[in-house]
Ligand binder design. Structure first.
Ligand code: HEM
Length: 471
């Protein structure tokens, strides 16, 4: 592959990043609410809406935004009269709200029966803040720097095994890298766990279940669990398979003679005490560990897969990255720009939400206390006024422009912003660079991959299939 000229047109004076026209949003009084109309509603039966939303979220949200505007109500799986918004000012009002005014909806999402009620992801209020505070140091600055070599080793080890000259899916290969990374951070293991250990059992169970979750029939299992606190049906069986090695890992670590001096995340969680001197019990630890293992590897693996799915279909962007990396010509800038653009164009978590506990203004509309308000990351990331030519994959739009706090939101925001964002970005930088350095990749077919919706994530339906050749 030969390097081409810069894809940026130096005559192009259009600002790279735009701004949406202001739209007032935030908590209001009951009197103010009475003066505002409710957002328009999607005129379809509930079942049709739930099915369309869960199968074809992209067409659903884009289609109804075209007809109803940036803010509309839908009748979804979350109880209440949920609203979808696509406006950055509405996003800002929710991200900067007092925690008690707009608690997260994750505790009501399909993640709840899987990761339980006790994890940073699903807890709300004081408990959430306490657990979040406990985790943050393990995923910042110095801690991430310690992981860098390990990420690089895992990436090269994995790339060494890839087939050349015949199609394969990137997603499971990415998953192998990101699972090793998160497990070594949590359990303090070097590289892949040794066969026969409790950690190996957990790794095997996670890989098997992630694979099973895309099988036909998995969607039915997902639907059966909507709105439940405890898993049922196939999900229950899956969770039992996962729980066994998880509790084995916990039991083994509780007996470790060096528990007090270990620096891995699991030992730290075991030692942590509340103000009343209480420690986490096994169930609480299980919820937090599974959250970190599941949230911490699938998202990153699929984000990387989507970025390559886009790159191999946009030759200018692809060639520019390859040139930057191989010629060491501003490589960091192009890697960063490519990651920003990949996460903009294909946010792995396409929607997040809060349930407001006060009446709320959303532009020209008002909604009562108790309304679930969801922010469509997909719609925000494709606003024409913020991202001109939004359907093109153009990493160059990020040159000289930083992602906006309320316009680039693949990691959510406010007090619920993704705890693992820095780790995920570090992994993406290292893996993207290693692949661009070592491989020439091509799409196995020219047409873009559809999105498949699995639980709360949106993943490439064919796992980002490519053909690789050594560079
Ligand atoms: C590209 C990769 C990733 C993406 C796109 C992603 C995305 C997200 C999103 C959208 C949220 C919800 C934020 C909100 O509601 O405002 C979230 C929360 C969370 N993520 Fe990630 N994530 C990624 C990687 C990771 C990793 C590597 C970890 C490992 C620790 C992780 C752990 C968490 C946790 C614990 C939360 C809950 C935070 C809270 O509620 O306080 N994520 N993530």
């Amino acid at each position: 592959m030969t390097p081409t000229a810069l894809a940026v047109d130096p005559q192009d004076t259009m600002p790279l990043m735009g701004e949406a026209a202001p739209s007032p949003a935030g908590p209001i009084s009951e009197q103010e609410l009475a003066a505002l109309p409710a957002p328009p509603e999607i005129p379809l039966p509930r079942t049709a809406q739930v099915l369309r939303f869960s199968q074809r979220q992209i067409e659903f949200v884009f289609g109804w935004q075209r007809r109803l505007g940036d803010t509309f109500r839908f009748n979804g799986i979350v109880p209440g009269r949920p609203v979808i918004t696509a406006h950055p000012d509405h996003v800002k009002s929710l991200f900067t709200a007092k925690p008690e005014d707009a608690p997260s909806l994750t505790g009501e999402s399909p993640l709840r029966p899987i990761v339980g009620p006790n994890s940073t992801l699903t807890a709300i209020g004081e408990r959430h803040m306490r657990q979040r505070k406990l985790l943050l140091p393990s995923f910042h600055g110095e801690a991430i720097a310690r992981y860098m070599q390990m990420i690089e080793d895992a990436a090269h080890r994995e790339i060494d095994r890839w087939p050349t000259g015949k199609p394969f899916s990137l997603a499971p290969r990415m998953q192998a890298i990101t699972l090793d990374v998160i497990m070594s951070g949590i359990f303090g293991i070097d590289g892949t766990p040794k066969p026969g250990t409790a950690e190996w059992g957990l790794r095997t169970a996670v890989r098997g279940l992630v694979e099973a979750s895309t099988a036909p029939g998995a969607k039915i299992a997902e639907f059966m669990n909507v709105g439940r606190d405890e898993p049922v049906g196939l999900t229950r069986i899956g969770m039992e398979i996962l729980d066994r090695p998880t509790y084995a890992v916990i039991a083994k670590r509780r007996k470790a003679p060096d528990l007090d001096s270990r620096t891995d995340i699991m030992s730290m969680l075991m030692r942590a005490e509340t103000e009343d001197g209480e420690r986490m019990d096994d169930h609480e630890l299980r919820d937090e560990l599974l959250t970190l293992v599941l949230a911490g590897h699938e998202t990153t693996a699929n984000s990387l897969s989507w970025t390559w799915e886009r790159l191999v279909r946009f030759p200018d962007a692809h060639e520019r990255l390859i040139h930057a990396v191989r010629a060491d010509d501003d490589a960091d800038t192009w890697i960063e720009a490519t990651i920003n653009e990949g996460m903009r164009a294909r946010p792995v978590i396409p929607i997040i939400g809060r349930r407001v506990t006060k009446p709320w203004q959303l532009g020209e509309y008002g909604v009562p206390a108790g309304t679930p308000i969801t922010m469509s990351i997909l719609l925000v990331h494709h606003r024409e006024d913020v991202y001109p030519d939004p359907y093109s994959f153009r990493p160059e739009r990020w040159l000289g422009a930083k992602p906006g706090t309320y316009t680039w939101i693949p990691f959510g925001g406010g007090i619920r912003r993704c705890v693992g964002a820095s780790l995920a970005l570090a992994e993406m930088r290292v893996v993207l660079r290693a692949m661009a350095q070592r491989l020439d990749l091509e799409a196995d077919r020219p047409e873009p991959e559809h999105a498949q919706h699995r639980n709360v994530t949106m993943i490439p339906a064919r796992g980002a299939r490519v053909v690789a050749r050594a560079a």
